[in-house]
Design a protein around this ligand. Structure first.
Ligand SMILES: NC(=O)c1ccc[n+]([C@@H]2O[C@H](COP(=O)([O-])OP(=O)(O)OC[C@H]3O[C@@H](n4cnc5c(N)ncnc54)[C@H](O)[C@@H]3O)[C@@H](O)[C@H]2O)c1
Ligand SMILES: [Zn+2]
Length: 339
């Protein structure tokens, strides 16, 4: 099923809600946007504390218990960022073996990326997205007024995912983004266009769609290492530099491509990328990092990490990467030096 996009204000779109709905709403969004609870006043809804801690089986269970009366013909509506969307996707898949899902992404990251493609997951024993499902939302409501309350870090997180797609898939968009010629609306539109196209060709993430994991092998490990103090987008920004360095070490990524791509991601954080990367990596031993990287779903049966590397902007490829390759880069990363 292909998700239908509907753009408009939440109040307007909520007028067309189906008869039987159970909703979950990011508590922060409910507070900042009183129009959301107002529009849901005739509907049963549950506030959710967003964040990685929401992506737990205990929270799925709480949601399923609250949604108990919802029949198989009902709709689960979720208003929130990527964590609320991932939780809702798992719950919608499990509730009566699958109910209709409507996602209302309230962060730029969720609008650009996570509210399309049907993936939902929870974290297990500190490993990101260790248990998950595919359950395509029937609709995504893009309500631009929700993005008005996002802070700079949250906007940057969404921009990181959009820029990642542009770096891998669309050199023209990459150039526009580098020149800062993109409005928030355009970022959402273009990000969704790219993600939709790749998900339509590879709905179950068995091939081409894996290219969207650029920056995510180390990104997920860093997120876990930071105990989720690093937001997903912020961690992916650092993971991109790791992927560029690994690509250079293997002779896949030319130096000038690595420099260009790193420069694109550089302004999307408070600190220079290498300084920030060093700060988080100094906390970890190589063994901890190896455990986290192998807990990530991107390792193959042989244990080798499968990383997305860039041969050029718009030219990604997946390569097995031996532990010896990335561990030889660790001292430079920890020292905040270029490799
Ligand atoms: N399923 C997928 O395909 C996919 C893709 C990319 C990322 N993800 C997942 O998405 C998650 C990250 O998503 P996220 O960055 O949206 O995180 P999030 O859901 O934790 O939201 C970030 C913060 O923004 C707040 N917030 C939400 N909407 C707001 C608004 N309109 N105004 C002000 N504050 C608002 C939230 O309360 C939270 O504090 C990660 O868990 C990541 O693994 C999933
Ligand atoms: Zn991501």
């Amino acid at each position: 099923m292909i998700t239908r996009d509907r753009w408009g204000s939440f109040s307007l779109l909520a007028r067309g809600l189906p008869a039987e709905v159970f909703a979950i709403v990011d508590a922060c969004v409910a507070r900042l946007h009183p129009a959301v609870p107002l529009a849901l006043r005739r509907v049963r809804w549950l506030p959710i504390q967003a964040g990685e801690r929401a992506k737990r089986f205990a929270e799925v269970e709480r949601l399923l218990e609250a949604a108990h009366g919802l029949s198989r013909e009902g709709t689960l509506l979720a208003v929130g960022g990527g964590t609320v969307g991932d939780l809702a996707t798992v719950a919608a898949h499990l509730h009566r073996r699958g109910v209709r899902l409507v996602l209302v992404p309230s962060t730029l990251l969720a609008a650009v990326d996570s509210s399309l493609g049907g993936k939902g997951a929870v974290n297990v024993s500190g490993a990101k997205n260790a248990a998950g499902v595919f359950h395509e939302p029937a609709e995504a409501w893009i309500c631009p007024e929700l993005f008005e309350t996002l802070g700079l870090p949250q906007l940057r997180d969404g921009f990181v995912e959009a820029l990642k797609m542009a770096a891998c898939l669309d050199p023209v968009l990459w150039r526009s983004a580098r020149a800062r010629h993109l409005s928030t609306r355009r970022i959402v539109r273009e990000g969704r266009r790219l993600k939709r196209a790749i998900c339509e060709r590879d709905p179950l993430d068995r091939g081409e769609r894996r290219l969207l994991n650029f920056g995510h092998s180390f990104g997920h490990a860093l997120e876990a290492l930071s105990r989720h103090r690093l937001a997903h987008g912020a961690a992916v920004r650092l993971g991109v530099v790791c992927a560029l360095d690994v690509g250079r070490a293997l002779g896949v990524t030319p130096d000038e491509v690595a420099a260009e791509v790193q420069a694109g991601f550089e302004p999307l954080g408070d600190e220079p990328i290498r300084v920030e990367l060093a700060r988080w990596l100094r906390r970890a031993t190589a063994r901890e990092l190896r455990t986290l990287l192998s807990a990530d779903k991107k390792t193959g049966a042989d244990g080798a990490l499968r990383m997305v590397l860039l041969a050029g902007v718009g030219a990604p490829l997946v390569r097995p990467v031996a532990t010896s390759v990335w561990s030889s880069l660790l001292p430079a990363w920890r020292g905040g030096r270029a490799t």
